[in-house]
Design a protein around this ligand. Sequence first.
Ligand code: NA7
Length: 536
Amino acid sequence: ELDETNGVLDVLVVGGGFAGLYQLDQLRSRGFSVKVVEAGDSLGGIWYWNCYPGARTDSTGQIYQYSREDLWKEWSYDELYPSWSGVRDYFAYVDGKLDLSRDIIFSTRVTSADFDGERNQWTVRTDTGRTLRARSVVICTGFGAKPYIPNIKGLNSFAAESHHTALWPQEGLDMAGKRVGIIGTGSSGVQVTQEAAADAEQITIFQRTPNLALPMRQQQLTGQLKEKLKEHLPERFAQRRRSFAGFDMDFIQKSVFEVSDEERADTYEQMWATGGFELWLANYQDILLDEHANRTMYDFWRNKVHQRVTDPVKAEKLAPKDPPHPFGTKRPSLEQNFYDVVNQENVDIVDVNEDPIERISPTGVQTRSGLREFDILVFATGFDANRGGITSIDIRGTNDQLLSHKWSERLDTFMGLATAGFPNLMFVYGPQSPAGFCNGPTCAEVQGEIVVDFLTHVRDGGYQRFETSEDAEQSWTAHVEEVFHMSLFPRAKSWYHGANIPGKPSQMLNYSGGLPSYFDHWEENVAAGYKAFTLS
Ligand code: NA7
């Protein structure tokens, strides 16, 4: 094995999800020596950790895979929107086809990485006591590697089962007959609620902000349908690279107000019937830019929810008259029967704005109105998104500078790919890249190609070292912020711009200019001789 005493890797990859495995396979095929260090005991990336009941993708399985023909031809998920275990099966399949595991160090977390400026190498240390050396490091920890749990008084006093959704017990947890408290109503909270509602005795949802969820329209896939869905896959893969968010759909090139009320209503109805993200990402082009355009969508959505939620008090909590934020400026989730199960008598919704959580006690959650007791308490409270996975590693660049320190006040990167002062280090799915808006496998490939091509260029040019410049990253930050402020996204307190973590400086962490524009910026850089980088 390669370690400090017997060798130097060309590239060390941190994280074995879609992004990291793409790096491993592609870099290896270009003759690089590569190892992946993965904290989980097996493959799956985000789906290794998020194995809570009901966890599933919000992308259809057809586009939630690599676009390589030798992989997709023989693969099908069993559901239109695959579950965590379906995605894990996919990873096992890919592992078998591409022989990946032999270069993956499992059950090992990278704790630090130090740049040695004399040798132009990184020294990487792990929680199992290993030391590895590599010419370059590519961090592929994803957007959600660092779960966030709010600092509620008495947090650790709860005596029964309590888990964050992204740290769910691998062996599972039976909710049948249990009293379940769920804090948070993002995608994870909605998914756990649907599952718990099947057989839990009692469910209490603690909601701070309603999720403006859209219908999933899940389908079980049979043999024939599976084959049919493969028919246009190459075109769909091509389309996902050209679309705003890496999905096989894109905005209608018209304003909401260019069409008649009837036409708009028909369009919304059709998209509602189709399900999935169409009403978010294939809607009229001004839906995320113009407040009045957005409101037409919110009102349509609210009306639909009120048709399903029979109790008017619950309906108003879930879909209030005034939008909590413009539609789609927080990531909507896809629901299957969320707005049906909330009708059950054993499902309560506590609006924590009206009835705040005061403390957690050994038996339950104390709000202003009283104590509610639980057997299972679920923290569906999200992530220190985009950057937490990176900054929780002690990464030390030139001048002994810690990356977490450099990014403590303001985060700068060039295209979410590299940051000044940290040579020979790249990110896939990094902060300020399209990550948060991107269908995962698309960005693993699109950004992944950029990184692989660039590392190849560096090697073939005989360079030992590459580093982006402060100028390049500052102009990228300015661009990311400019595009952000042209949209309605600043109007929601979301993880897109780090506003979900108290005390964290708010800054746009996800490039909202879309994949085509992202590509153009990279092409411009390449055409200008990689001007954003110094190579030596
Ligand atoms: P999200 O989408 O970040 O959701 C976290 C939820 O937790 C959200 O409803 C928060 O309310 C809620 N939250 C956070 N802190 C608190 C406190 N202190 N009290 C009450 N409620 C709280 O995480 P998910 O895991 O659901 O999904 C993450 C992404 O995974 C998702 O966007 C997809 O890309 C897949 P808030 O909205 O901040 O008021």
